[in-house]
Design a binder for this molecule. Structure first.
Ligand code: SF4
Length: 356
């Protein structure tokens, strides 16, 4: 899926995701991670402390926000509390993703959020898939409780088609409770668990890829086993065989991995130009046979995943990433379009950024 970009994501590396657990009360048909009640892999408290310490120390406090995700982070409250307390002690703001299963009653939900004062932001997921496991009433309670506790939030909804009446009904209900800019819609397509319901999905098709640029890849995400990915989108389905796999914390430090991500030219090309640009580059390189021809309109992640699913394309991108001119173009593109100097500095061009 991809999420509409009405709300701007934080700048590069200011927000870091930490996936606490694969466990979830729900086993939604669209879940990329295939989380569910039978999954029990979670981050150990020792690893969480070690990584949070490293994240907080990175470039003297460069990272502002730690986004806790899953699975369902509220599944293991003891772990959630311990991680949040430690992150707050390390001066990180905390945002948490949830499906709201815990908000069975308004007052209970408010009490729980009050007991978790470290939460600065909530991202609440609901849609047809979630509602098979978590009633919409819970989501409403969670939104009410967040408002009562002064916690800003947005609601993420996914659908295979925005024309779908059930989706529209949920969206209309949400509009009664939240500002439109705080409701984000993502389009799902067959990846992760959604691949198992491929034939049921009714997304429309187009010969044109979504032209957007990727904002989500500004926020890397750490998995419980130490793998770090440049985004928590569908590319993770390609495991380590893709340019946004940034490395493992079992082999490298947070600083090494984050510094390397500053100079990952493919990742930043996605942020600057979006996956649709890759098509013209591939065409120019004579790779017509490897160009996907069918896209899901409005889904940048589908364009990205479809293009990068081809091993020959990934190999070509790997070669492109070594190209000095391409790297310079990306580094300068970041300076001019995103006002980011990190890649120029780490590539030894800092004299051109005005910094000493
Ligand atoms: S890098 Fe690709 S898969 Fe990941 S969020 Fe961006 S567009 Fe989606």
């Amino acid at each position: 899926m991809n999420i509409e970009q009405g709300v701007r994501d934080p700048p590069f590396l200011r927000n870091v995701g930490l996936m606490l657990t694969y466990h979830c009360q729900a086993s939604c048909a669209h879940c990329i991670l295939r989380a569910g009640p039978d999954r029990h892999e979670e981050v150990s408290i020792e690893d969480a402390h070690d990584w949070i310490r490293q994240i907080a120390a990175y470039r003297n406090g460069y990272v502002y926000v730690l986004s806790l995700t899953g699975g369902e982070p509220f599944s293991n409250l003891k772990l959630l509390r311990a991680v949040m307390e430690f992150a707050a002690e390390n001066k990180l703001y905390i945002s948490v993703v949830t499906n709201g299963f815990w908000a069975t009653e308004r007052d209970k939900a408010k009490q729980l959020l009050k007991s978790l004062p470290e939460i600065c932001f909530l991202s609440i997921s609901t849609d047809l898939y979630h509602q098979k496991f978590v009633p919409f009433e819970n989501v409403k309670n969670a939104m009410w409780a967040a408002q009562e506790c002064g916690i800003p939030f947005y609601v993420s909804v996914v659908t295979d088609n925005k024309e779908d009446l059930a989706y529209q009904r949920i969206h209309t209900e949400l509009l009664k409770l939240a500002d439109p800019k705080n409701i984000r819609t993502g389009i799902i397509f067959p990846v992760g668990r959604a691949a198992d319901i491929k034939d049921e999905l009714r997304y429309s098709l187009s010969s044109e890829p979504c032209p957007e640029v990727c904002q989500a890849s500004s926020s890397p995400c750490i998995f419980p086993d130490g793998r770090v990915y440049g985004c928590i989108g569908p590319l993770i389905d390609l495991q380590e065989q893709q340019p946004l796999y940034l490395g493992s914390l079992r082999e490298h430090s947070v600083a090494e991995i984050f510094d390397r991500s500053e100079t990952n030219a493919i990742l930043h090309a996605l942020r600057l130009w979006g996956p649709s640009h890759f098509l013209s580059w591939l065409r120019e390189a004579g790779m017509e046979d490897h160009l996907p021809t069918v896209f899901v309109p409005g889904s940048i992640c589908q364009a990205c995943h479809t293009i990068l699913s081809d091993p020959a394309v990934r190999e070509w991108l790997h070669q492109l990433e070594q190209d000095i001119e391409f790297r310079r173009k990306v580094a300068y593109g970041r300076l001019y379009h995103l006002k980011e100097t990190g890649m120029l500095e780490l590539s030894g061009y800092s004299h051109l950024t005005g910094d000493k």
